[in-house]
Design a protein around this ligand. Structure first.
Ligand SMILES: C[S@@+](CC[C@H](N)C(=O)[O-])C[C@H]1O[C@@H](n2cnc3c(N)ncnc32)[C@H](O)[C@@H]1O
Length: 327
């Protein structure tokens, strides 16, 4: 059926779609369609389209509207998706059951629904799960064009950190030597290797390291990733003075590993230091701890102070990007 569409050259398509979406003008009932080098973006109100854009009538196919869990429940439950696993976040078992049933009934492609059954715990930062639908806690998750196989029952992984990981990965230049001290299944290590870095990645969790090896292969970077199972304090003795960049994603206890990080650092090295702190002065303790260990051997320059997410009432997960330059 012919509907009003904004016609733009394909290369301007995403910027235009975003502009129209910001103005709430994109017609979700019809599909955005490409034809002969142009993109046709269906719009709900052609009169409101800015004058610099061309509106034409175009035969855009109808989009089947997806049924969401919220459509079924009448409220919007909190959940996260990891591959074909949906993780819900419910305290009571009855409501967890209700939400899980709605997720399965919805159009979300899902094999397994899990609810958190404990806090993240222990050295390996893994939690317990209630399995509410399906049976496998293993999946393949996609993040910024990379695939990560993982088993949530055996390794740490949070899809909510995707934007933060991408922010850090974008800083990597080809040829850099990166040491990922607490690497998990490789969501920093693998994309950094794709960006041209030589990466050494460690984790005490042997299962995480097995997945990291598999994920390096899946993403075609196994030649650039050395994955080592063990305590980073032991592994680091073979890499002293080696690193141009170090990732320290163990927020509660990264401070205990600053000696190791400084021993790994080359003459110039960027440290990505994650921390959990109270909202007041949330960057101060991390900066003081880094200065205490790195000075006077290194000049310490804090390039970024960034709040990643809220962690608990009045507590934040933060990161410092810190450049160490040997004096
Ligand atoms: C918060 S998770 C981060 C994993 C990964 N960077 C990510 O973003 O998914 C921290 C990881 O550090 C590992 N770990 C804890 N203590 C360690 C140590 N002493 N040496 C090496 N790895 C350690 C845990 O097993 C866990 O996989």
């Amino acid at each position: 059926m012919a509907v009003p569409c904004v016609r733009v050259p394909v290369e301007d398509g995403e910027a235009t779609r975003q502009r129209l979406a910001d103005a709430d003008l994109v017609d979700a009932e019809h599909a955005i369609t490409g034809e002969d080098g142009s993109l046709y973006v269906p719009v709900t109100d052609p009169e409101s389209v800015p004058d610099d854009l061309t509106v034409e009538s175009f035969d855009a196919p109808e989009r089947r509207t997806q049924t969401t869990p919220a459509d079924i429940l009448g409220f919007d439950p909190s959940y996260a998706r990891l591959g074909d696993i949906v993780v819900v976040d419910e305290d009571g078992p009855e409501r967890a059951r209700e939400v899980a049933d709605a997720v399965v009934e919805s159009d979300i492609p899902v094999e397994t629904v899990l609810n958190r059954a404990s806090k993240i715990k222990g050295e390996q930062r893994v939690r317990d799960w209630d399995v509410l639908a399906g049976d496998s806690t293993e999946t393949v998750h996609r993040e910024y064009g990379h695939e990560f196989a993982l088993d949530l029952d055996a390794v740490y992984f949070s899809p909510r950190l995707a934007t933060e990981r991408h922010r850090v990965v974008e800083q990597v230049a080809a040829g850099e030597r990166v040491f990922d001290m607490f690497a998990g299944v490789g969501p920093y290590a693998v994309p950094m290797a794709s960006a041209g870095a030589e990466v050494v990645a460690t984790d005490v969790n042997e299962t995480a390291i097995e997945y990291l090896g598999e994920n390096a292969e899946r993403n075609g970077v196994s030649d650039s990733v050395t994955a080592i199972a063990g305590d980073v304090r032991d592994v680091a003795t073979d890499y002293e003075g080696w690193a141009d960049r170090i990732v320290m994603n163990l927020p509660h206890t990264a401070g205990d590993f600053l000696d190791t990080a400084v021993a790994l650092a080359g003459d110039e090295c960027v440290l990505h230091y994650y921390d959990i702190q109270h909202e007041d002065g949330r960057f101060d303790a991390g900066e003081a701890a880094i200065r205490e260990v790195a000075e006077p051997e290194y000049d310490v320059d804090v390039e970024t102070r960034h709040t990643v997410r809220s962690y608990a009432p009045h507590e934040f997960n933060v990161v410092l990007d810190v450049r160490l330059t040997r004096r």
